[in-house]
Design a protein. Structure first.
Length: 180
């Protein structure tokens, strides 16, 4: 066995070699014992005798150590936490702009703009991931979604008109334009 270790690498090489030591009469001292390998990993012919065989230094990976980009594991976790916090604050203000500024029309416009952006992103991702077939599938899915939203909106308008008509009948109004 030969053991080679450096700062970044640990390698153990196993090979068989016969133990060829003999006594004064030429008889082998240990006939059934194989001698340790003396192959030197640096390629030289000098025997290699490690100070502590079978215990090479195995490099450890430190998750807090810097990688080639200079970013540490700890920095990545902190960055993800900050990103999450900023995203949550932005979503809060985006979703509650109408309540904060007392402008429900602007909130409706923000919501519609975000819906359009999300539809565009979904179609883009469909093309990016699935090519032309994925893009067409995402366009069809987006079209079905818009159709269902339109149908729901039409039912809501009809329901509101019916309720308005019932209220006008109860209060004896002849039409929406007024009159007695």
């Amino acid at each position: 066995m030969a053991v080679y270790n450096s700062k970044d690498t640990a390698m153990v090489i196993f090979a068989k070699a016969k133990y060829n030591k003999t006594d004064a009469n030429g008889n082998p001292l240990f006939p059934n014992v194989e001698s340790p390998n003396t192959i030197n990993p640096d390629g030289s012919n000098t025997p290699f005798n490690p100070p502590t065989p079978n215990t090479p230094n195995i490099p450890t990976t430190d998750l807090t150590a810097s990688n080639s980009t200079g970013l540490t594991f700890k920095d990545a976790i902190v960055g993800l936490g900050i990103y999450g916090a900023v995203k949550n604050v932005a979503n809060y203000y985006k979703n509650n702009y109408g309540d904060i500024m007392q402008d429900s029309n602007a909130q409706a416009e923000i919501n519609e703009a975000m819906n359009l952006i999300n539809m565009g992103l979904n179609i883009g991702v469909g093309f990016a991931v699935g090519g032309v077939v994925g893009g067409i599938a995402s366009i069809i899915g987006t079209g079905v979604n818009v159709g269902l939203q339109t149908a729901s909106y039409q039912r809501m308008l009809h329901r509101n008109n019916v309720q308005s008509q019932i209220m006008m009948d109860r209060t004896n109004y002849a039409s929406i334009n007024g009159g007695r």
